[in-house]
Design a protein around this ligand. Structure first.
Ligand code: KIV
Length: 277
């Protein structure tokens, strides 16, 4: 295993090895170099450049509008801030659905232009031929089943998946098909806890990474802005644990700056740089 700065470089094989050993896999999202460097220095296994950038960074109310070019710019920035974590780029809406060729070309762009090491593709058994071909071309794929936000209009909202028998059957068959196609991991989003457990136990070479899918997954992912409390008022998914609440801290810093400038307290006359110090 290669090492950078004395730390282990995560590869797709790390996911598979950790699953086999029962060691949990840690994933968080990032969209810029600085946050990526904080996650990387803290020892996160993998950074997902999620299409949640559409909501979190660009202010849209879904992941549908974000484009390939914008996602590549975020991925390249994250790659510049990362040494050890595995960088996974999220393939945005309509970058892979139209045809297998479209999917291969766009997945390849993430590696060539964004320095990603893997891509994530939403969808179950219906996406398997596409995913298999992308993997055959040398591009590792993380699957994503359950609540797949690019299809939010079909789901009619963020509902727990895998409650009804037919939904459970679809999810379980999809998980096995994605593993068989060669996915090294898959996101299980908003999945009924027992279904997530059964899927995790049914897979051997594909690690499950849960978000709102309970504790039995092989690893967990959260949107970093959400777990840091950097989110719009009123938005708090039930599964979210907030590890910090940075919004009030930022608010008070900005308010203090505004006051200081208005009151001529900043910059002060005695700031040393005026004196060449
Ligand atoms: O876009 C994203 O951030 C994601 C995670 C929530 C899994 O897909």
């Amino acid at each position: 295993m290669s090492r950078i700065n004395g730390k282990k470089k995560t590869t797709v094989r790390t996911f598979v090895r950790k699953k086999a050993k029962g060691k949990k896999i840690t994933v968080l999202t990032a969209y810029d170099a600085f946050i990526a460097s904080l996650l990387d220095n803290a020892g996160i296994d993998s950074i997902l450049v999620g299409d949640s950038a559409s909501n979190v960074i660009h202010g849209y109310d879904s992941t549908i509008p974000i484009t390939m070019d914008i996602m590549i710019a975020h991925t390249a920035a994250v790659a510049r801030g990362t040494k050890n974590a595995l960088i996974i780029a999220d393939m945005p809406f309509l970058s892979f659905q139209p045809s297998i060729e479209t999917a291969v070309l766009n997945a390849g762009r993430f590696l060539k232009e964004g320095n990603a090491e893997a891509v994530k593709i939403e969808g179950g058994i219906e996406m398997v031929d596409t995913i298999r071909r992308v993997i055959e071309c040398g591009i590792p794929v993380m699957g994503h089943i359950g609540l797949t936000p690019q299809s939010i209009n079909r789901f009619g909202g963020p509902r727990i998946q895998g409650k009804a028998i037919d939904s459970q059957t679809y999810l379980k068959e999809s998980a096995l098909a994605l593993e068989e196609a060669g996915c090294f991991s898959m996101v299980l989003e908003l999945l009924e806890i027992e279904t997530a457990k059964e899927i995790t136990e049914s897979l051997t070479t594909c690690a499950t990474i849960g978000i709102g899918a309970g504790p039995h997954c092989d690893g967990q992912v959260l949107v970093t802005n959400d777990m840091l409390g950097l989110r719009p008022e009123g938005f708090k998914p039930k599964f979210l644990r907030e590890y910090a609440n940075l919004t009030p801290i930022i608010n008070s810093a900005i308010e203090q700056y505004i006051k200081d400038v208005i009151n001529s307290d900043f910059p002060g006359e005695d700031e040393s740089y005026y004196k060449g110090g």
